[in-house]
Design a binder for this molecule. Structure first.
Ligand code: SF4
Ligand code: SF4
Length: 368
């Protein structure tokens, strides 16, 4: 059976602004069925890394918060700490970064709660009994919330191909231990012959896991957390992982975590993807390169698989923007994410999510 996915474009009039359309979108997608009076509602967003501006604008989060309140729910905005040792790796730094990026109470009308606590250790162990994990580690406050509303910025991702709802939920709602477990299949290696000793990877690795020895990069397997940032930054492609083996496991890990997050949220979750500012890489990097396609709009669904499938289809039917990093796969209908990350098969996340029963790749798109 196909799932309903609702879509708003970016057109607006005096009668209805884009912000008002957002409220209508989440209400049409079933907010009143998901939120009951006094429910604690976790609105999962990405507050953005310092220097990144592609994350969802706080003023677009507010209509969702206000809609939850109309149904007498008690919303809070949330995210879990990062695995890498940056500004958002503990709750204090994370909250400061969020407020600096505009997620202040007067703007979003809801409190901010870092879901896995001060140092990312506040977690709930959830049993999933799947191919890769028997148990997963979920950020405690998201696990305890009655409702989960995922607001995801849909964009490219260096390890997942694209990042949308499955990534926002599976990776984004995991505690630091959970994130580490998901990355455990990724161990980058340096091809010494290719390495020019430029040191860019050394400067980028926030774990200080890379050093230059005799003008060649060397990665400490003990310090490396498998975040993949060095792969992205190396100008000559000298840092590689076993793409064929590592990426499928990484993507399936993420899906098993999504399953764990949603285990207690049956009928109590809603998924929204903003297909705007579709940048090539994750919002965790401290910049965002030019978007690869024009802004399209926003989609919402009760099905986390269908909402990502629609989003990838909507992106790929667009022509690539000429002043972006896309140099191949630029035509309408061509796979933009393969154009940026040719070695990442993003279909795995959707296939496996469907196989474990999270939803369906078949959808009915309703423009509202
Ligand atoms: S960025 Fe690439 S070329 Fe430069 S030091 Fe690191 S591995 Fe070598
Ligand atoms: S993947 Fe690369 S950037 Fe990330 S921790 Fe390991 S060495 Fe550092």
């Amino acid at each position: 059976m196909e799932s309903a996915v609702y879509f708003i474009d970016l057109r607006a009039t005096f009668k209805e602004s884009f912000v008002s359309k957002l409220a209508r979108l989440v209400e049409t997608a079933g907010l009143s069925e998901v939120v009951k009076p006094r429910d604690l509602v976790a609105v999962k967003v990405h507050f953005g890394e310092r220097g990144n501006t592609a994350f969802i604008r706080p003023v677009f989060v507010r209509p969702v918060v206000d809609a939850v309140k109309r149904f007498k729910g008690r919303p809070f905005l949330t995210d879990a700490n990062t695995l890498y040792a940056g500004a958002r790796s503990d709750a204090a730094g994370h909250l400061v970064t969020a407020i600096e990026n505009g997620f202040a109470f007067p703007v979003v009308n809801a409190p901010l709660v870092i879901a896995d606590g001060l140092r990312g250790k506040s977690e709930k162990v959830v049993s999933v009994n799947r191919k890769h994990f028997r148990e997963v580690y979920i950020a405690a406050e998201i696990d305890q919330a009655d409702v989960l509303i995922s607001l995801a910025h849909f964009k490219g991702h260096e390890l997942a191909g694209f990042g949308g709802t499955l990534k926002n939920v599976g990776m984004g709602c995991a505690s630091r231990r959970g994130k580490l477990a998901q990355h455990s299949s990724l161990s980058p290696k340096v091809k010494r012959k290719k390495c020019t000793g430029c040191g860019e990877c050394v400067a980028r690795c926030v774990q200080s896991a890379i050093s230059l020895v005799k003008e060649k990069a060397v990665i400490s397997t003990k310090a490396c957390i498998g975040c993949g940032e060095c792969i992205l930054v190396c100008p000559v492609g000298a840092i590689q992982i076993q793409w064929n083996q590592s990426i499928p496991v990484f993507l399936e890990n993420m899906v098993e975590y999504t399953l764990g997050v949603l285990q207690k949220k049956e009928g109590k979750a809603l998924f929204v993807n903003f297909i705007t500012d579709v940048s090539p890489a994750c919002d965790c990097v401290p910049f965002n390169d030019a978007p690869i396609i024009r802004d399209i709009g926003v989609v919402a669904s009760r099905d986390p698989v269908a909402v990502d499938q629609v989003s990838v289809d909507l992106v790929n039917r667009e022509p690539g923007l000429p002043e972006s990093c896309l140099s191949t796969h630029t035509g309408p209908g061509e796979d933009k994410f393969r154009g940026i990350y040719p070695k990442v098969d993003w279909e795995i996340q959707l296939d496996y999510a469907e196989a474990v029963g999270l939803g369906t790749r078949r959808y009915r798109l309703e423009r509202i």
